[in-house]
Design a protein around this ligand. Structure first.
Ligand code: UD1
Length: 369
């Protein structure tokens, strides 16, 4: 009989790709999802992309009875249910604490009963957001800065400074101390720490995967604070130029959802690691201006990105992954080619009602100068 995997949040962007991959690998797949309207829109309907072979339980991660039913005969738990928007987390901290922190705690509480729920692997998705700023160097030393001050941003000085010197960003390893700066990031940090602590105490092999900036088909376009590549694509599809904050020099690590899937499958099949935290990115820094320019070319849009020279509150300047630990210990090798995968993203966006939510999301913040 095949092993059963429970994917919480399995109708979401990452969870749904995982469901496909686990089925393909011969696992039985059960999804627990509440079809959160901030991700799935207000239609209240399940998206049609999941296979009929997926068993679906609709319910809330905080509900113990639902969790008990979901965990029956499960040997792998992939805990992807979460409230996701960084911006929204700052105006609704209690919801994020409830869904992400309390929801995870409820799940873990049940998993401590090893006789009742003898799972062999717990995978928790974590986030690059727990680092805050990435790692830098200045004067031959490592620098782990906090966010840039309001005064610095108002003077339109974008780079991280240490004693007046510009710090050079470097690949961020897992050992960089975490410095979460949003409620979302704090709850992802909680989730990771709680899972590792319970995993260790209860003898559950537990792997936390710190995702960098994920993009790809099925990325939610309902949420105006979704990833930048999807936001730019929606704008271009509506005939509007991408709006680039700061000077566009911010560096991020864009990782295609298929590489996220690869990391999860590797974490699932690996039986030599009991506890581990891994960065899952592409390992390649790309500037936001470059993303805008690539998409403009792909859309054959006649126009330039609109560069605001204003910063989005709470944003970091640079962060990209050192993926050497995942490569060495899990055998992770990102395969997606950025330009090809952006084309595929455009294909997805154009099949959706891609509302350009940009103005609604940012106008009240007066970020467009
Ligand atoms: C944040 C979270 C990350 C989460 C991601 C997607 C932090 C540090 N990281 O990442 O965990 O996975 O959101 O929800 O909190 N930008 C523009 N124009 C836009 C939109 C964004 O220029 O219209 C810029 C932003 O200023 C930023 C970069 O693009 O510099 C990336 O933004 P975004 O895709 O929202 O992701 P992060 O802020 O890196």
């Amino acid at each position: 009989m095949s092993e059963r995997v429970l994917i919480t949040g399995g109708y979401g962007f990452v969870g749904s790709h995982l469901a496909d991959a686990y089925l393909e690998q011969g696992y039985s797949v059960r999804v627990l999802d509440n079809l959160d309207p901030t991700v799935h829109g207000s239609s209240n309907k399940a998206p049609t992309y999941l296979s009929k072979d997926v068993e679906f339980i609709r319910g809330d991660i905080r509900d113990t009875d639902t969790l008990v039913a979901s965990l029956k005969d499960v040997s792998i738990v992939s805990h992807h249910a979460a409230a996701v928007s960084v911006v929204q987390s700052m105006s609704n901290p209690s919801r994020f604490a409830e869904v992400n922190t309390l929801g995870t705690a409820r799940l873990l509480e049940l998993l401590t009963d090893r006789n009742r729920f003898p799972i062999r692997k717990l995978i928790v998705p974590s986030s690059m957001s727990i680092y805050g700023e990435g790692l830098y160097q200045a004067g031959g030393n490592e620098v782990t800065p906090h966010l840039r001050s309001k005064e610095q941003l108002e003077s339109k000085s974008w780079e991280i400074l240490s004693n007046g010197e510009v710090c050079q960003p470097v690949h961020t390893p897992e050992t960089k101390p975490s410095r979460p700066t949003s409620i979302y990031a704090i709850t992802k940090h909680d989730q990771e720490e709680m899972a590792l602590a319970i995993g260790e105490a209860s003898g559950i092999p537990t792997i936390a995967l710190r995702y960098f900036n994920i993009y790809g088909p099925r990325q939610s376009l309902c949420n105006p604070y979704t990833g930048v590549a999807a936001i730019f694509s929606s704008r271009l599809l509506n005939g509007n130029p991408p709006v680039v904050f700061e000077d566009g020099g911010q560096l991020r690590d864009f990782v295609h959802v298929s590489d996220i899937v690869q990391a999860n499958i590797l974490a699932t099949i690996n039986d030599s690691i009991d506890q581990g935290v891994y960065n899952i990115g592409s390992g390649n820094p790309v500037s936001i201006l470059e993303v805008a320019e690539r998409l403009i070319r792909l859309f054959e849009f006649h126009g330039e990105p609109s560069i605001t020279q204003t910063a989005r509150p709470g944003d970091i300047r640079h962060c990209y992954a050192d993926i050497s630990k995942a490569a060495k210990e899990l055998g992770y090798r990102p395969k997606a080619i950025f330009n090809d995968s952006l084309k595929e993203l455009i294909g997805w966006v154009s099949t959706q009602t891609a509302t350009d939510n940009f103005d609604a999301a940012y106008k009240k913040l007066n970020l467009t100068g």
